[in-house]
Design a protein around this ligand. Sequence first.
Ligand SMILES: [Zn+2]
Length: 540
Amino acid sequence: MLRIAGGRVYDPANGVAGEVRDVCVQDGKIVADVPGHARRIDARGMVVMPGGVDIHAHIAGPKVNAARKLLPEEHRADVLERTAIARSGSGGTVPSTFATGHRYALLGYTTVVEAATPPLAARHTLAELRDTPVIDAAFLVLMGNNLPLFELIRSDEGRVRDAIAWWLRATGGYGVKLVNPGGVEMFKRGNGNVTSLDDDGPGVTPRRVIEAIATAVHELGLPHPVHVHCNNLGVPGNYRTTLDTMRTLDGRRAHLAHLQFHAYGGRSRPSSRAPELAEHLNTHPELSADVGQVMFGPATTMTADAPVSAVLREITHGRWVNADTEAETGCGIVPFTYREPNYVHALQWGIGLELFLLSRDPWRLVLSTDHPNGGSFLSYPRLIRLLMDREFRNEQIRRVNQKAMRRTVLLDDLDREYTLQEIAIITRAGPARLLGLRDKGQLGVGADADITIYDDRADREAMFQAPRYVFKDGRAVVEDGELREADPGRLLRVGAAYDPSIEATLEPLFEDHYSVQFASYPVSEPWLLEPARTVPAEPR
Ligand SMILES: [Zn+2]
């Protein structure tokens, strides 16, 4: 039992904005009160928030592991020694599993979503998540370039819903991810990429895939709507495709991943179209997005969008990986460094900030760097300072490529400064709500006792970099900025019912497309699937 006494509490989901009050914990949950002999933490002068929730990051699975293998010099430069509590590991832009859990916890994050797992790689992702301490984790299942699903969309669209629910059950996944729908399959056939939603590459257009899968996810009532990485990522002029995708989703709930990478105007040289996209998002309450902010310094791009990696590699001329997951998706990895004097990099940085500063609803435009694509999750505190501290932001704006800044609205000195309440929304309450995780991102009675306590410091970067306390399920995992426990977290998976006859429909499609036997495909190993919390779908 625990009483966190006298802190200023930011709990936007419950309408609490900086009020001084106590937060009480018993048996891993928030409760209304605890007896006088409960442990007491004096939080006077401190800021109390729910534990952070990362809606979109890449932390586990074969692509993450391939990136680790690609970057031995990062491991040498950032070694984490074993302690009495923590196992050893390595850091860099793609930390080892142990380091990932430790560092997220030390940053005050307690829930993270791995945003892209091919169904065939579910075992690997689950095994790594099991190995990642402290944080609860969910993963999204890639379905935008899946050949059996394409066949169903073409011939028997009514069964797509059951098939998706079956795939989620078979993998232990939480939600559905589309990455460059249709385009990755076209690339794998040697035909480049799709350029619009109406290119008929693999026998079905991106528009058809988006419509069929968004509808199915909507009808299944999954807690998190379809999570879309649009076509044409990174391409100048791609904002048109992004707007077209948003309109195609019309009326259905959807989450757009890393919107910054999809907000470019221009033809050969990109420009910013962030204001148009921000406006569309502002006026369409069924849509949400995470930003995918670029932060200067080293990053590692890793994506199921294999054709994008092929293009990036032409820019870096360095090491890269490109891989094919049979019948399901592709994958590319390219180490990358974002530099302040570079026009494109500065523009990307600026577009992310524009999206944040022009957003009118923090519940629907939430913080991400698409870790490690736009930068490491370790850069979140600096990003928070950029949003909260106008003077600091303007200093940074003056340092970077000025041609790029002139293509944004940032030189107009946007005076917005995010409040602590807004930061609490974009880093915990908002992502939890968009994910449909009702026990997360809030401190109401009955919620998970995932709590972060910060010293209230004027330097917001320093403040968010080193929380004083972090509680996970009511247990102190960080105290005085140091790791105190590193027990495993739990898997968050979805429960969605399906008509079992879908298996008879899928089996012959598997025979046609997969080298894996249908019967061997679903994850059945108990140690991979437990302990887990199943969040039920609410069918419409
Ligand atoms: Zn991503």
